[in-house]
Every structure is written in structure tokens, then in C-alpha cells.
Design a protein around this ligand. Structure first.
Ligand code: ATP
Ligand code: MG
Length: 413
């Protein structure tokens, strides 16, 4: 993409009205726009980042969990929530049809997915099944001060699984833990993301969260460094030791963190009220066991910014970055243009700064945007028949011959 054609612009100055680091940097770098507290637009580069995160998640849902993707609506009939008793939860946005009839905006999709599956699941032969979507959720959050970490409108991946018995559910649940670890590793936040024990509500002893260590987080967890797991602040009160090795609370390390995902045994909490059952081998009606599995897609984007940013701006991991290379022409338009064509032809995602701006401005802006590899072409580099290449996280640059840049980039992205 040519920056000269981009409709968004960056902003040098700090935005005082946006105290959260993730939103501040994303706004300044032109990835998002704030429409009101907790509600953001995703601009071209921000959307590319979201899509990259989505695709990493989608691949694991398909491959590791064999789940099938759907897209469910954001408008839900309130009546479905009266059936499950969730019509009075405080985060629900309510609205009405012009002809009468109460609706809510979806904050989660149990009330839609269960009636949906009831149309298709009859017998043990139809189970197990996993259905997921990547979709916008609405929650009337009391506080929305953490940028895209806590939106009133935000993007979530939600998966629902359906099983003939608890053993089948448990196997799937274990596999979902594996899938989630794979996802967070591919997103390059794996090393700081911990499987964390949380309360299971009324259905089971535990549910699990995936908590990423960051000062910007809203949660506190207790880490057991031997078992590599966390314990949520709320359950540490109930069981004040590591559920795996029994290590006592005083030996655990308290850390600030953000919940990037969460997996939850639902038992028959939602299948019962909708009478979602199946016929077993003998033709008897049996209850269906469910699980739900969420990841905050837009929250993950914010968490990555919070964790990896430095004093100059955003630092995108390679798998998530909107572009692989930031090509910058400093008064060497003709040569830079040729390199841009070559890189684009070879399939590399390039952001090309072809604008007339001072070198200082271009380089500062490049650091703010945070693309993993920067490639500068100037009169100075052309004297060496080279481009100057630098990784966003490194201080030193190196010269790469113009004839070698495509190979170099393909080997380093
Ligand atoms: P939290 O405890 O942070 O309020 P939650 O337990 O209500 O989240 P779930 O209902 O399990 O969250 O939603 C699944 C995932 O969606 C969460 O793990 C989180 O990553 C993300 N999420 C939840 N609420 C928000 C929000 N307001 N903005 C952005 N992401 C969110
Ligand atoms: Mg939670």
C-alpha cells in the first residue's frame, strides 16, 4: 500500500483525552478511531491486524477442534433470554421493534446457538459438534476506560460445543486448552499468557481463563511458577493454594493481567431450558452437555500493543503485523518505486512511504506504526547499491544489496 494514497494520517502529539496506552498509540498511528467511550472504528491497518488475529484463531478452531464456522445475528429476541433467565443481566442493551416486540443486542450467543442446534441435532449420531463465529458483541459495560481492552462493542470469537456425555465434553475441553495455547503462541504472547483457574459457577469446580501478564490489565492472578498456571483472585479465596501442586498462596506470585480468553463447562445450563436433547442408542432422550469458549479478538489486539510497545511506538509481532516491510524512500523515488514493485510481485506485504516528507518525520512515524522490518532507500544507500534494513526491535541496521532485498525479506519475515 502506498502511504500517499492512504486516507488516514498519524498524529505526532500525545492524545491527552485518551489515557489508555493501547488506544492512545493505535489512535495516533491511525489504526483506529474513537467514536465514543468503548466504541471504535477499525481503519485499514487496524482491520488488517484484526483479520490476521482472526485467521490464526480460525485455523486452530478448524484444525485442532474440528469446529464449523457460522455467523449469528447481533439482534436477539428478549424472549430467549426469559427462557434462560438471563433477561435481567446488567450488561444487556435493550431495544424494540417498531411494531412492538422486545429485542436485545447479543452479548454472547447461548440463547441463539442452542435453539439453532435444536433444529439439527436429534440423535447420538449428530454429536459431538462444535460451532464457532467471529462476531461483534455488545455489552453495556459500566467502565470503558481501557481502550480496546474493554469495549461496549467489541469483536469476540465464541465457540459452543455439544456432547452426548461428560467424558466426551472433557476430552474436547482438554483439546480446547491445547488449541488456545497454540493460538497465543502464534500471536506471540504465549510466553506471558497463563492458563488460569477460575470459579466454575454452579456447574463445575473450575472454569479456565487465559490471562496475559500486563500492567494495563484489570485482573490480578496468582502464578504458580512450578506448574506454569495462574489462579484467579476470586477463587484464591475459596482454595488458597495451587490446584495442581498444592503450593500455598504465600509462595505464589501476584501479577496484574488481562483475560484474553476463557473456557467454561456449561453442563446442561442452556440445553435444559431449551429442551435440547438427543436420543441414545436405545432411543431414550438424554440431556446434551455443553461448553463455551471465548477469545476477545479486539482485546488481544490491545493487549499486544500494551505488552510490546516501547517509547517510540507500537511493536507488532510478525504474525500479526499489518505489513511485513515498511519501505521508505528518502529522496530516492525511482529506485524505491522499483523495489516496491519487486517486493509486491513476490507476494510480500509492503507499506510504501512514497510521500514528500522530511526524513525525520518519516522515520518517527515508521517507529510509531511498528512494522517489523524497515527498509530505507536514500542517496546514501544507493551509493552502496543497497537498502538500509532494520528490525523494529533492534538498534543496528544493515545494508542489503538491492539485487538481494527480495531474498532477504523472504528469509526474514
Ligand atoms: P471480563 O471478565 O474481562 O469482563 P468476561 O469474563 O465477561 O470478561 P466472557 O463473557 O467470557 O468475558 O467473554 C469472552 C472473552 O471476550 C473474554 O475472555 C475477553 O477476552 C473478551 N471480552 C469480554 N468482555 C469484553 C469487552 N467489554 N471488551 C473487549 N473484550 C471483551
Ligand atoms: Mg471474566
Amino acid at each position: 500500500m502506498r502511504q500517499s494514497l492512504s486516507f488516514t494520517k498519524t498524529k505526532k502529539e500525545n492524545i491527552k483525552e485518551e489515557p489508555s496506552l493501547n488506544a492512545n498509540l493505535l489512535l495516533r498511528a491511525g489504526f483506529i478511531n474513537k467514536e465514543m467511550a468503548g466504541v471504535y472504528s477499525f481503519l485499514p491497518m487496524g482491520l488488517k491486524v484484526l483479520r490476521n488475529i482472526e485467521n490464526i484463531i480460525r485455523e486452530e478452531m478448524n484444525k485442532t477442534l474440528g469446529a464449523q464456522e457460522v455467523l449469528m445475528p447481533a439482534l436477539h429476541p428478549l424472549a430467549n433470554y426469559e427462557i434462560t433467565g438471563r433477561h435481567e443481566i446488567d450488561v444487556l442493551f435493550h431495544t424494540k421493534l417498531s411494531g412492538g416486540g422486545d429485542l436485545v443486542l447479543g452479548q454472547s450467543h447461548e440463547e441463539i446457538v442452542v435453539p439453532l442446534l435444536k433444529r439439527f441435532v436429534y440423535s447420538y449420531k449428530d454429536l459431538p459438534v462444535g460451532v464457532f463465529q467471529i462476531q461483534t458483541k455488545f455489552r453495556n459495560e459500566l467502565r470503558a476506560k481501557s481502550g480496546i481492552l474493554r469495549g461496549r462493542e467489541f469483536l469476540m470469537k465464541d465457540l459452543y460445543s455439544f456432547h452426548a456425555d461428560e467424558d466426551c465434553f472433557n476430552d474436547y475441553y482438554q483439546k480446547s486448552i491445547e488449541a488456545y495455547h497454540n493460538i497465543f503462541h502464534k500471536l506471540e504472547i504465549g510466553e506471558l499468557t497463563y492458563l488460569t483457574f477460575a470459579s466454575g459457577g454452579t456447574f463445575s469446580k473450575y472454569s479456565h481463563e487465559f490471562q496475559t501478564i500486563t500492567e494495563a490489565g484489570e485482573d490480578n492472578i496468582y502464578l504458580c511458577e512450578d506448574c506454569n498456571v495462574g489462579i484467579n483472585e476470586e477463587i484464591i479465596e475459596e482454595s488458597p493454594s495451587c490446584p495442581k501442586c498444592g503450593k500455598e498462596r504465600k509462595e505464589l506470585t501476584e501479577k496484574r493481567s488481562i483475560e484474553v480468553g476463557n473456557i467454561f463447562p456449561l453442563n446442561t445450563r442452556f440445553s435444559d431450558p431449551f429442551q435440547l436433547t438427543y436420543k441414545d442408542v436405545e432411543g431414550k432422550d438424554k440431556p446434551i452437555f455443553m461448553g463455551c469458549y471465548g477469545i476477545g479478538v479486539s482485546r488481544v489486539m490491545g493487549a499486544i500493543v500494551e505488552m510490546l510497545a516501547d517509547e517510540k511506538g507500537i511493536v507488532w509481532p510478525k504474525n500479526v503485523a499489518p505489513f511485513s516491510v515498511h519501505l521508505i524512500s528518502l529522496g530516492a523515488e525511482k529506485e524505491a518505486e522499483k523495489i516496491y514493485e519487486k517486493l509486491a510481485e513476490s507476494g510480500v506485504e509492503v507499506l510504501f512511504d512514497d510521500r514528500e516528507k522530511s526524513p525525520g518525520e518519516k522515520l518517527v512515524e515508521s517507529d510509531l506504526i511498528g512494522i517489523p522490518l524497515r527498509m530505507v532507500i536514500s542517496e546514501k544507500t544507493l551509493q552502496k547499491d543497497s537498502a538500509e534494513v532494520k528490525e523494529r526491535t533492534k538498534k543496528e541496521a544493515e545494508f542489503v544489496k538491492l539485487s538481494e532485498v527480495v531474498n532477504y525479506v523472504q528469509e526474514n519475515i
